[in-house]
Design a protein around this ligand. Structure first.
Ligand code: 5GP
Ligand code: ZN
Length: 129
């Protein structure tokens, strides 16, 4: 069997060095943290587009939400639970909130570490722009 040229641990280290959200998850880059769980972290978006704009990321690196679902479905469940907790904390659970997972460049994904946007506090339009 052929072995991967780069051992798994080295790949994890590479991610932690190069990926913005891995660096936030590791505490290397500061963030305004709203809530945490064993598997995920919720922090305010640096460029909010709504009164509540919080990002929920897995602590481990996957490129997008579909990869999380395939590799670690329990982590995806944990992320959605944490998003609901954020909505409670922000006082928007009753009025409603939007979860967005831009997946791929054409869908405006700009950071390729999986994340959910929790958006609330203003009326939302449909379809999204
Ligand atoms: P995407 O466009 O990939 O769906 O979302 C990435 C989000 O990350 C954007 O809304 C952007 O404003 C946010 N973002 C980019 N850099 C930083 C940062 O350094 N800190 C925080 N808190 N958010 C960031
Ligand atoms: Zn990452």
């Amino acid at each position: 069997m052929r072995r991967c040229a780069r051992p798994a641990l080295a790949r994890v280290r590479l991610m932690a060095d190069e990926c913005l959200f891995c660096r936030i998850a590791g505490g290397e880059i500061p963030a305004d943290v709203v809530a945490t769980s064993d598997e995920a972290l919720a922090f305010r978006d640096i460029t909010p587009v709504a009164p509540t704009h919080v990002l929920v990321i897995p602590r481990a690196h996957w490129a997008n939400l579909a990869e999380v679902a395939a590799a670690a479905p329990q982590t995806l469940v944990d992320m959605v639970r944490l998003a609901a907790e954020v909505a409670d904390i922000e006082g928007v659970a009753t009025d409603g909130y939007r979860l967005v997972a831009n997946t791929g460049a054409a869908a405006h994904q700009t950071v390729f570490h999986a994340h959910l946007h929790v958006l609330a506090g203003r009326s939302m339009t449909w379809p999204p722009g």
